[in-house]
Design a protein around this ligand. Structure first.
Ligand SMILES: Nc1ncnc2c1ncn2[C@@H]1O[C@H](COP(=O)(O)OP(=O)(O)OP(=O)(O)O)[C@@H](O)[C@H]1O
Ligand SMILES: [Mg+2]
Length: 284
């Protein structure tokens, strides 16, 4: 993937990274812990990763990575006019893993300052300097989250096995389908090994979405990761929880490699026909 990256300062059109929106119908489903660990897991694939805290009211991505932001997206709003990818770099916090993070405002009342124009520009500038932009969104389908959903290349909708989560996830998936996003929506069953009347294996049928992304229920590891600010993919890499996140990252990279390097349809056949016709002509 790194071959596709443009050199810094190149005059060519900015490279466009892939935008990944991590969503859930309800709060507390695991969006932040999954977004953070997915972003860090992706860095192990030799790709540039950006992480945007899109939960503008109560974002806690910085906390989950033990980062102490000097700047947040609120500061970006204040100098939006002069913002380009180089200026934006100054507002990003660099995590030890290599993930470049843009934090949410420090107070909920600042969330409304993040207008659709800000989201558009910030996402484009972040994608110009990364291979993947992971966005931790707010819960449900509020306006800012809908904008991320619309702009994303892939939407991951998280659910757990709790009845209320399943019910609301179903409604969310139906809404995304009506909006025409089914093709880029994937289901993730988080805490899939939890004790529940609904079994993880039945969720794809119940929700009408196939998935191979089942994340085990590991309360202690998850809580420790959030409380210490050390992502479990870094210090608990051999656990089943971390393995599920590495698998998720692997799927993203493989899928992207296939779509980036896939030959244009017919191109092989056309070049073969071209060569053959040249050979035939040279015979006469
Ligand atoms: N796979 C898991 N196994 C066990 N516990 C988990 C798992 N995933 C998340 N949790 C726990 O669920 C809780 C919520 O996680 P998290 O804060 O990431 O969710 P969220 O969807 O971002 O919440 P919010 O809506 O508040 O932003 C945390 O206590 C976390 O430790
Ligand atoms: Mg969160």
């Amino acid at each position: 993937m790194s071959e596709a990256r443009l050199p810094e300062g190149s005059g060519s059109a900015p490279k466009r990274g892939e935008m990944i929106a991590v969503c859930s119908a309800k709060g507390g489903i695991g969006r932040t812990i999954m977004a953070v660990n997915l972003a860090v897991a992706l860095t192990k694939k030799n790709v540039q990763v950006g992480l945007l805290d899109g939960n503008f009211q109560f974002g806690d991505v910085a906390l989950a990575l033990d980062l102490h932001p000097t700047f947040t997206i609120k500061d970006v709003v204040e100098s939006l006019g002069e913002m380009d990818r180089y200026a934006l770099s100054g507002f990003l916090i660099h995590h030890g893993s290599g993930v470049k993070t843009l934090a949410a405002p420090e107070r909920p009342e600042y969330a409304d300052l993040v207008t659709p124009a800000v989201i558009e520009k910030v996402c484009d500038l972040l994608m110009a300097q990364t291979d993947y932009l992971v966005v931790d969104t707010g819960p449900g389908l509020q306006e800012q989250t809908l904008q991320f959903i619309e702009k994303a290349d892939q939407i991951f909708v998280l659910t757990t096995l709790e009845m209320s989560a399943i019910k609301n996830t179903k409604l969310m998936l139906e809404t995304l389908e009506v909006l025409g996003y089914r093709h880029k929506t994937q289901l993730v069953v988080n805490r899939a090994t939890m004790d529940s009347v609904i079994k993880a294996g039945d969720v794809p049928d119940i929700l009408g979405y196939e998935t191979s992304l089942f994340v085990p229920n590991e309360w202690q590891l998850a809580t420790q990761s959030l409380n210490t600010g050390i992502p479990f993919v870094q210090n608990q890499a051999k656990t089943e929880l971390a393995k599920a996140l590495f698998k998720w990252a692997e799927q993203l990279v493989i899928r992207r490699e296939i779509s980036v390097f896939k030959p244009k349809s017919g191109s092989f056949l056309q070049s073969l026909l071209h060569k053959t016709s040249k050979n035939i002509t040279s015979l006469f």
